[in-house]
Design a protein around this ligand. Structure first.
Ligand code: ZN
Length: 264
């Protein structure tokens, strides 16, 4: 894999405990692999604050802040949205997320998840920021809300999973699909078809580190260094060069997150 290529990992949790001991080494390996940009993403207020401070300390690192649907306890503090609003104004925050629905864990009732979701979409709209969607076993609800609000500042489907029909429905309303390790699994035929069907202009790549390691690292701790494996799978499947996939997903991420090649 040529080191002259540049990759953008759109979604990683580098503040996870699994990186406490060797974060610097992980950062070093990323650079060596050409993974020059990464977004660190929160799932509640504390992890969002951590994402801002650690991203501020590293080059090529930006923060995404938000409350994930499996953390409804955050909203018990009546000031949560004001606190998030302040975080959204930090200069290195490039999106609001991860937000959406999780009907797998279903920690909060659907109506409560939806309230949290819609409040954060409105917040993102106030700040003209894109949103990063967490949707697990929740295709219909996610599509319903996104179709209703038509967020105009960019919608990124994090670790997209679904069939071609759902993928096309998402793209039709302006979503970008961020693809992760599981697309590389041999039996993931639905996602293989999605990779074939959806144009590169609608795709990002991500690791969701420390989760979702691509083949052949499945089951091990994931890190941004591995995002070229996702790009390589897309290139192979589409009959394109790795350089083309790296370049397009780099440009797409920059455009969505409001960055340019010159952004330090
Ligand atoms: Zn995540």
């Amino acid at each position: 894999m040529s080191v002259s290529l540049r990759f953008f990992d759109s979604h990683a949790h580098l503040n996870n405990d699994q990186f406490t001991d060797d974060r610097a080494a992980v950062r070093g390996r990323m650079q060596d692999a050409g993974v020059l940009r990464v977004c660190e993403i929160g799932y509640d207020l504390e992890s969002s604050r951590n994402a801002i401070s650690s991203a501020a300390a590293e080059a090529g690192c930006w923060a995404i802040v938000g409350v994930q649907p499996n953390h409804p306890e955050v909203a018990q503090d009546p000031t949560w949205l004001d606190q998030l609003d302040l975080l959204a104004q930090q200069p290195n925050v490039v999106a609001i997320g991860e937000i959406g629905f999780d009907h797998h864990y279903a920690i909060a009732p659907v109506a409560e998840q939806e309230e949290l979701f819609r409040a954060q979409i409105a917040l993102a709209a106030r700040h003209h920021l894109p949103i990063v969607i967490h949707s697990r076993n929740a295709h219909a609800d996610t599509l319903r809300v996104l179709t209703d609000v038509r967020h105009p500042y960019g919608v990124i489907m994090h670790s997209f999973a679904g069939d071609v029909t759902y993928a096309e429905a998402c793209v039709d309303i302006g979503c970008t699909l961020s693809l992760s390790g599981p697309i590389t699994f041999k039996n993931n035929h639905a996602m293989h078809d999605v990779v074939t069907a959806i144009g590169l202009e609608h795709l990002l790549i991500e690791t969701d580190s420390p989760y979702l390691s691509p083949h052949p690292l499945r089951g091990k701790r994931n890190e941004p260094t591995n995002v070229p494996l996702v790009a390589a799978f897309i290139a192979d499947r589409k009959g394109m060069s790795l350089a083309e996939v790296a370049h397009a997903t780099w440009q797409n991420a920059n455009r969505l997150f409001g960055l340019s090649d010159d952004t330090p």
